[in-house]
Structures are given as C-alpha cells and as structure tokens.
Ligand binder design. Structure first.
Ligand code: SME
Length: 151
C-alpha cells in the first residue's frame, strides 16, 4: 500500500481504537478489539494477533485469520526474534528468514512488535502476516508500536 494511504488509514484506526479502549481496562478485551479492527481495516493483514509469554513459552492469544500455531518453538522464528531482541522485527520475505515458523504457507511477509507491561518488562508480541512479500515498512512499525501502547 502506498505510504500516504497507509498513514491516513493508520491515523483513522488509531483514533477509533483510542475511543474503543476507553470502555474497559481489561487487556484481553483491548487486544481482541485491536486485532479485529486492524484485521478488517488493513486489507493486506492476512493474520493479525497476539502471542504472550506464559512460563517462558510464546502461546497464542486472541487473533483474526486462519488457524495458527498455538505454541511457538522456543528461540525460533520471527516472534521469538522480536522477544529476544526486544524490538520490532520486519521480514520482507519469510521464506528467507532462518528458522521462520510457517503456521500457514500462504504468509509471505511479517511484522512482530513487542509488548511491555507497566514496568517495561516484555510480555509478548503483536504479530501480523501478509500474503504479499514486502508488505511492512517503517510506517507499519511506527503505528503498530503506538497501537500496542493502547493495551
Ligand atoms: N511466523 C511466526 C509464527 C506465528 S504465525 O505467523 C501466526 C514466527 O516465525 O514466529
């Protein structure tokens, strides 16, 4: 998607989500709302959801899209790279990413954004897959990092 269009769309989504998350402090409700809004408003989002750290494992939580792996093999793949590096990871072609975990063979590019608790400790990731290569860029990173702060 062209940058100006992407920025405009994220801006409108962010305003909508700011309103929606005010209705509850419940983090699960907020994550579910964020996944649903993003998934249905961003047409290149093929899988949109959350993996949270549970006793040292990355376990799937609320998501939209095709059925996904429930637990991600430790230290492998894009989500674990975001956790271990404590920063957003953008992969233009998942088939070239060593250790990529293919929950669905139709995914081609991916972004994983770390989540933090109020003490700054890492708690999981927001993960988004696209069917096209090279779908995610700095605009996605900037806005998705802002959006996860709404949780
Ligand atoms: N591809 C991810 C696994 C999660 S799915 O994309 C939903 C990874 O390599 O961590």
């Amino acid at each position: 998607m062209e940058t100006n269009k992407k920025t405009g769309r994220y801006g409108r989504i962010f305003t909508q989500l700011e309103e929606l998350v005010r209705k509850t402090n419940d983090k699960n409700a907020r994550m579910a709302t964020i996944a649903a809004v993003l998934h249905h408003k961003m047409d290149y989002f093929f899988w949109t959801g959350f993996y949270l750290l549970v006793e040292g494992e990355l376990v799937v939580r609320t998501y939209q899209g095709p059925v996904a792996c429930q637990v991600l093999e430790k230290g492998k793949g894009v989500c674990w790279a975001a956790i271990n590096g404590n920063k957003t990871v953008i992969v233009q072609d998942v088939h070239l990413f060593p250790g990529h975990i293919a929950c669905d063979s139709r995914s081609s590019s991916e972004i994983a954004v770390p989540l933090h608790d109020c003490h700054g400790r890492i708690t999981g990731v927001l993960d988004v897959d696209s069917r096209e290569k090279g779908s995610f860029d700095e605009t996605d990173r900037e806005w998705l990092e802002k959006i996860v702060c709404l949780i």
